[in-house]
Design a protein around this ligand. Structure first.
Ligand code: F3S
Length: 389
């Protein structure tokens, strides 16, 4: 991979260990995937924030970067962490975990990374179509490429941080037009309704296609929220960083047909809990303003059942914009939680064993990452399960 004189000097250590390490990561990736040079990125979004998911070794690494003076060169945001400091009553998490989480957040702050603490940074600032990004968080990557038409590879936490520190990324993969083309035509026969069905489609297709790029034919006017759930689920079972829909298609592509029974099978397979849920969780990926408004509409004038928690997760930015709707949800006994989500927090430690969600991504991960049973159901059913009749 070609490096400019300045990039070479950084690689040799002229700007110190933090930038040298970041440059080494980018050069290694670039050489591995056939990049020809580094290109500037408009923003970086970094995963690996919750202490629950990264642990002590990664925290030490961040500490070293900070000690060596590492500061990001482009607008950079971070994924959700392990708890919401404004909802500690609802999240009685052991003091030791809280202290370790706070340490991680302080390290990111010292690198001048914005504490967005959300997996939907695009609701805070929507990247321009055609802009190059270095984003981790697979659901945000698919959304950026497919819905916003920005260009980003599916970075891991370390490579996104390396790009943030250098302000550049190697020009391979999704940064080249030829790699963004559809490879498989996916005919969707049933008429899909709501986030859960779109999520089920993503889970099903991700498993079949692995890393191939799908072009969905037959989706009827999906909303951006439905596409968000489709992409989040697609990236959970597969490696696809982009999908297409509603466009024309080239002849001669491999074809796959999805039938109603396939999606029903996914929902059944992901629904592992029996009995009443003790938590209903909506907001994976983090809710948009529109989604919160809809939840408030479904909850207006109602009260939560006894012994059930309702969490609606979003970014602090969106929560501030949604104040009127938040009041309705809170009046019913629910909580609008920021900075975290049910998957990246310590669910069992706060007494949850059976989780109900509208999110196929959560239903896919929570049994493994949180050791809870899951019921996957549409948003309105989730609200009905949480509220008194
Ligand atoms: Fe976001 Fe948590 Fe889901 S980080 S994508 S809400 S698992």
């Amino acid at each position: 991979m070609y490096l400019t004189k300045e990039e070479e000097r950084i690689l040799e250590g002229e700007k110190g260990w933090a930038y040298q390490t970041a440059m080494k990561v980018l050069v290694k990736l670039g050489d591995l995937f056939g990049a020809t040079r580094l290109i500037p990125v408009k923003s970086a979004h970094i995963s690996g924030v919750s202490y629950k998911t990264i642990g002590d070794a990664a925290t030490e690494f961040l500490e070293e970067i900070v000690k060596a003076g590492g500061v990001v060169q482009v607008k950079s945001t971070i994924n959700p962490a392990g708890f919401d400091p404004e909802h500690l009553k609802e999240m009685p998490i052991p003091e030791e975990y809280r202290a370790k989480q706070t340490r991680i957040l302080n390290l990111y702050k010292r690198m001048k990374i914005e504490p967005a603490l959300t997996c939907t940074p695009y609701y805070i600032q929507r990247p321009e179509a055609g802009s190059h990004l270095a984003w981790a968080e697979s659901s945000a990557v698919v959304y950026a490429n497919s819905v916003l038409k920005a260009w980003t590879n599916r970075e891991g936490g370390p490579s996104a941080l390396a790009s943030a520190l250098i302000g550049k990324t190697p020009n391979y993969g999704m940064h080249r037009a030829e790699n963004r083309q559809a490879e498989v035509l996916v005919r969707v026969e049933p008429e899909l309704k709501g986030e859960t069905e779109y999520g089920a489609l993503g889970i099903y297709v991700g498993k079949i296609l692995g890393g191939k790029v799908p072009n969905f034919i037959g989706l009827r006017g999906p909303t951006e929220s439905e596409l968000k759930h489709l992409g989040a689920a697609l990236a959970s079972t597969g490696m696809t960083p982009i999908f297409h829909h509603g466009a024309g298609h080239e002849e001669g592509l491999e074809e796959v047909t999805v039938e109603e029974a396939d999606l029903k099978g996914v929902v059944e397979e992901l629904s592992t809990a029996s009995g009443e849920p003790d938590m209903v969780f909506i907001g994976c990926p983090h809710c948009s303003l529109g989604e919160i408004e809809r939840i408030a509409r479904l909850m207006r004038g109602r009260k939560l059942k006894d012994d059930i928690k309702l969490w609606v997760c979003t970014s602090r930015y969106v929560r501030d914009k949604a104040r009127v709707h938040v009041k309705v949800i809170e009046a019913a006994g629910g909580h609008v939680i920021c900075d975290t989500c049910a998957v990246v927090t310590w669910l069992r430690e706060i007494g949850v064993e059976r989780l109900m969600t509208n999110s196929a991504k959560t239903a896919y991960y929570a049994p493994v990452l949180n050791k809870v049973g899951v019921a996957l159901a549409p948003t309105s059913k989730c609200i009905d399960a949480a509220c008194k009749p």
